[in-house]
Ligand binder design. Structure first.
Ligand SMILES: Nc1ncnc2c1ncn2[C@@H]1O[C@H](COP(=O)(O)OP(=O)(O)OP(=O)(O)O)[C@@H](O)[C@H]1O
Ligand SMILES: [Mg+2]
Length: 348
């Protein structure tokens, strides 16, 4: 378990102090994949670097398995750091070292004999699918392959925690997906806790159990992924999801949209079905019960941590007095509703 208490970090630029992290309180459970999201400059990387004391916060405590890292001597900290691996966006491999030597670096620095680690390094390379590239150099590898080597290196000391700062941001979508799958497999096999920083919501949505939203150095929301993506609580969380969401209003609908009801208007709703509700024919039931028509403009179902999350943009067509009971029916059945506005009917 990782427990951050009252963590603060201040940078000084000349006479001015810039508080980058403010009273961070956070608990991450062993074996969890925990995501940290937030706008650029919100302090995500700083927070990650503070967790393994690559950077020393100016206040607060960082407890890993009950031990406050801030209280350790330099020597003790060096030993504790072996429990915390780190993976970066740009891999940070040693260009002049082979793949094997990059992974073996920590052992060489500790002056261990080759025979003490040669099999271990070979096993690590196999785990990340790079066993055939041991004698290659980083410049001979693709980005995805470099990240695999960097992950093997981060795992060299059998860490209990893996800190990943934008591990897939420099990769194309397919390679990013493979790296995410590798991280999930490793996390499960070795029961490693992963803290993953990313500004790509798709990444955290896919693999994180829980998420913290950082805004100007403060944690403004911590939630289970599925709850966060279906119903974000903080304004920053809402705007991050909105910005990433591809289901913007289609232009044809936008042109007909307004706020105040006029006769014969349709009602435009954004509806969100989660988990059990996603499998039920609620739209069909509403049509039957209220004798309305429903025009679906956008519909998608995503799976977050095995829970289904369906979102739709629908236009309810009927008389105004049917709109209220129809909305109430959706809500009674556990569907989240957001009224977008009214739309003028399409002329035949
Ligand atoms: N070593 C440093 N000295 C002074 N200011 C710094 C230092 N590192 C980061 N900062 C400042 O701290 C703030 C947070 O930076 P940080 O790199 O943690 O943000 P981030 O959320 O990781 O952003 P990004 O998504 O762009 O990577 C920024 O305003 C940045 O300018
Ligand atoms: Mg960063």
């Amino acid at each position: 378990m990782i427990e951050l208490t009252d963590l603060s970090q201040v940078y000084h630029h000349g006479d001015t102090a810039h508080q980058v992290l403010k009273d961070i309180q956070l608990t991450v459970q062993q074996g969890e994949i925990f995501g940290i999201i937030g706008a650029s400059g919100s302090g995500k990387s700083t927070l990650l670097r503070c967790i393994n004391l690559l950077e020393r916060p100016n206040r607060g405590s960082i407890a890993v398995a009950g031990q406050d890292l801030m209280q350790l001597t330099k020597l003790e900290l060096r030993v504790w750091r072996q429990r915390i691996g780190m993976v970066f966006q740009h891999f940070n491999l040693m260009a002049s070292c082979s793949v094997f030597d990059n992974v073996a670096l920590a052992f060489r620095l500790r002056k261990l004999k080759e025979k003490q680690f040669v099999q271990h390094v070979a096993d690590l390379l196999e785990q990340v699918g790079m066993q055939d590239y041991a004698r290659h150099y980083p410049y001979q590898l693709s980005g995805g392959q470099c990240q695999r080597v960097a992950i093997a290196r981060a795992l060299a000391d059998n860490p209990r925690i893996l800190l990943c700062d934008e591990p897939t941001s420099a990769l194309d979508a397919k390679t990013a997906q493979q790296i995410l799958e590798l991280l999930v497999t490793i996390c499960k096999q070795k029961e490693i806790t992963i803290i993953l920083v990313s500004h790509a919501l798709e990444v955290v949505k896919q693999i994180c159990n829980r998420i913290a939203v950082l805004d100007q150095g403060m944690i403004v929301e911590v939630a289970e992924s599925v709850h966060f993506f279906s119903k974000p609580q903080s304004n920053v969380g809402k705007s991050l999801i909105q910005a990433a969401s591809r289901d913007i209003l289609p232009l044809q609908v936008q042109a007909r949209l307004h706020e105040v009801y006029r006769e014969n208007d349709g009602l435009l709703l954004r509806v969100c079905f989660h988990d059990k509700v996603a499998g039920q024919p609620i739209i069909a039931q509403a049509i039957q019960r209220f004798h309305i028509l429903i025009n679906i403009h956008i519909a998608k179902v995503e799976y977050i941590q095995h829970a289904a999350l369906g979102t739709m943009l629908i236009e309810v067509q009927g008389t105004e007095e049917k709109f209220k009971p129809c909305i109430a029916f959706f809500k009674e059945n556990g569907v989240d509703i957001k009224k977008v506005g009214y739309v003028t009917p399409v002329m035949e």
